[in-house]
Design a protein around this ligand. Sequence first.
Ligand code: FES
Length: 150
Amino acid sequence: MSNSKVSQPQTKRDFLKYILGGGLFAWFASITYPILSYLKPPKQREVEVKSVKVGKLSDMEKESGQLIRFGNKPVIVVRTASGDVHAFNATCTHLDCTVQYKKEFGVIWCACHNGKYDLNGRNISGPPPKPLEEYRVVIKNEEIFVSKKV
Ligand code: FES
C-alpha cells in the first residue's frame, strides 16, 4: 500500500515532464521551421523553351561572344573570325561554372579552373572532361535564332 503512494507523485512528475518536453519541442519547431523554410532556396522548374531570338547578325561583331538565357540555362553565342555563328550550353562540363568568350586567345574560357574550349565547343585544355553541348543556330532575315538540337 505504501508503494502506491510513493509511485503516484512520480507518475504525475513524469507526466508533467512529458508535457513540458513536448511543449518545448513544439515551441522550438515553430521557431526553427519557418526560418529554415525561408533560408532554403525554392526549387526552380525547368522552363520549356523551343527557340530564342538573339538579335541581328549585323549587331554581332566577328570574333565576339555573348551570353543569352535559354529558359533558365545560359547559352553562349559566338561569332568567329570567318563570320560563322555557333551556340553552346555555357555551363562548363567540369564543375558547372559559366563559360565566356575570350577574344585574345580565340577560345571559350572557363575562369573557375582555366578550362578552355575551341570555337566548336571541344574541350582543348584544363579540367573539362567533355565538349560543350551544341545548340542549333538559324539565321533568318538577318536575325539569329538559337534552338536545341534534336
Ligand atoms: S568549372 Fe570550368 S574548368 Fe572547372
